[in-house]
Design a protein around this ligand. Structure first.
Ligand code: ATR
Length: 276
């Protein structure tokens, strides 16, 4: 059995082991997927010990995505854009790193929500690790405009600068903004901030959303509910981060195994479980 793991701190509540076990079952792949919680200052030591013990690859979650990026010797273009890795595997030539978060979010929006990003006006709220991690694949879809807003505008500007060439290549108007400085309504709004974890006010003006807006919160579960309720009360269609979670896992599974698992089926199963 090939061994994979989700590496993070904490990882006790990660859904990844259940998702990948189900993918393996449905595709007939012989693999196991475990949790590997490493000390906050022990990523390198811990991951190299797991490698020596036969781990084939895995996912990286908070707070190790930047360290995983620095550790990987061969990095995908989307990992380079994100400056972070959520997926790794070992080959004879060393450690390979990738980032499937952005494509996971894009697939949730385009396939599961059925909303086109091409030509759309998109607001990405949050220029931390979560926001920066998904910007490249969002730009690849060719929206007309993408506004990256953040409490700390300089941080948004840094991320915009890092993606400027990629945005030009895909003909996207990419701009940085303060949270409340965004103007007009958007087709798609993505909340990638930690604001709801702190019970803070919705990190965008009401004018940004309306009946034609799809709002996606990267979080899911009770913490995401107040923001979802606020967006719904202004007419928006709201999605939580469960679809992105399952889709980023599906892409990682594909990268490792060359087999695309049935993400829609597993998402429906996880959704039913969350509801109970
Ligand atoms: P993550 O990996 O979750 O993105 P992070 O890199 O610490 O974690 O970034 C947290 C994000 O949430 C940032 O965009 C942060 O804004 P700043 O860059 O200005 O710190 C945002 N954030 C956190 N608390 C917030 C709040 N109360 N209101 C608005 N934005 C908040």
């Amino acid at each position: 059995m090939d061994r994979y793991a989700v590496v993070g701190h904490p990882v006790a509540h990660s859904q990844s082991p259940a998702i990948h076990a189900r993918f393996a079952e449905l595709t007939g792949q012989a693999l196991t997927y475990e949790r590997l919680e490493l000390p906050l200052d022990g990523f390198l030591t811990g991951i190299e010990a797991a490698r020596a013990a036969g781990l084939r690859g895995g996912n990286v979650t908070v707070p190790f995505k930047l360290e995983a990026f620095a550790w990987a010797q061969h990095r995908s273009a989307r990992a380079e854009l994100a400056q972070a890795c959520n997926t790794f595997w070992f080959e004879a030539d060393g450690v390979h790193g990738d980032n499937t978060d952005g494509i996971g979010l894009v697939r949730d929006i385009t396939r599961h929500a059925g909303v086109a990003l091409r030509g759309a006006r998109v607001l990405l709220v949050g220029a931390g690790g979560a926001g920066a991690g998904v910007l490249g694949p969002l730009l690849s879809e060719g929206p007309a405009e993408l506004v990256l807003s953040n409490r700390t505008v300089a941080r948004a500007q840094d991320v915009v600068d890092h993606h400027a060439g990629w945005a030009r290549r895909h003909d996207v108007r990419l701009v940085a903004s303060g949270l409340m400085d965004v103007a007009g309504a958007f087709d798609v709004v993505i909340n990638a901030t930690a604001a709801s974890l702190q019970g803070a006010e919705p990190p965008l003006p009401t004018s940004a959303i309306g009946p034609g807006t799809l709002v996606v919160d990267m979080m899911y579960g009770p913490k995401a509910e107040p923001f979802a309720a606020w967006a719904r009360s202004h007419g928006a269609t709201v999605r939580d981060g469960l679809g992105m979670l399952v889709e980023q896992a599906a892409e990682a599974f594909f990268v490792w195994r060359g087999v695309m698992p049935p993400a829609a089926q597993v998402l429906a199963e996880r959704r039913a479980l969350l509801a109970t």
